[in-house]
Design a protein around this ligand. Structure first.
Ligand SMILES: [Zn+2]
Length: 205
């Protein structure tokens, strides 16, 4: 929703890594095992991948980063990269209760044929566990099983939460949006309102 309203690309490191795994590239093979165990991919690999993507022409007017930076080292690297290009960032922290995160992730299902995402809790298919579009039986993504989710939340606490403190202490613009219970459209509205306060001149929402 944000990339459509702002007219800039959505750069998701999770999607990029999954693409590389599907394509069977060297990077893909190396990260596949790590992602399946819930561990994070090395900073160096991710930094390089993101830099390459952000250097493409469609990102010249801005971009929405999703899933990055995920460690303080990545955040420091990104901050230096942005500063070197005179790009100002806005950090949006979507605050969600842990129990709600777990309920959402364990309920997530994907159609193996067309890729459509469902959630048994919030966006269930019309027929239980079956894709609305093509009748395919839905699957749980490899990185969405309960054990992997716990490992990801641990990794989040250890490695990603410090990113917020880093951005705040470095005087970067950070906004917090409560995303616990609202549907995506309502969260999106809150983000747009916050962006208006932070950057009224550029806001195109
Ligand atoms: Zn489908």
């Amino acid at each position: 929703m944000l990339n459509q309203c702002l007219g800039i690309p959505h750069v998701s490191t999770g999607d990029m890594l999954r693409d590389r795994i599907r394509q069977g590239t060297e990077v893909g093979t190396a990260v596949a095992a790590k992602m399946q165990s819930g561990a994070l991919v090395s900073d160096e690999v991710v930094n390089r991948m993101v830099e390459q993507r952000l250097s493409e022409p469609d990102a010249a007017d801005g971009f929405v980063l999703d899933g990055y930076p995920r460690t303080q080292a990545q955040a420091e690297h990104l901050a230096g990269w942005l500063d070197g290009r005179g790009i100002r960032e806005l950090v949006i922290y979507l605050a969600v209760d842990y129990n709600i995160v777990i309920a959402r992730l364990t309920g997530r299902r994907q159609c193996p044929r067309c890729g459509t995402l469902y959630n048994l809790a919030t966006q269930p298919p019309r027929v239980d566990e079956v894709c609305d579009l093509d009748g395919e039986k839905l699957v749980i993504r490899d990185d969405d099983n309960a054990e992997v989710i716990r490992e990801r939340l641990d990794a989040y606490e250890r490695q990603t939460r410090p990113v917020l403190a880093y951005f705040a202490s470095a005087g970067r613009r950070v906004i917090e949006v409560d995303a616990s219970n609202d549907p995506p459209e309502a969260v999106y509205q809150k983000i747009c309102q916050s962006m208006e306060c932070n950057d009224r001149s550029k806001n195109r929402c």
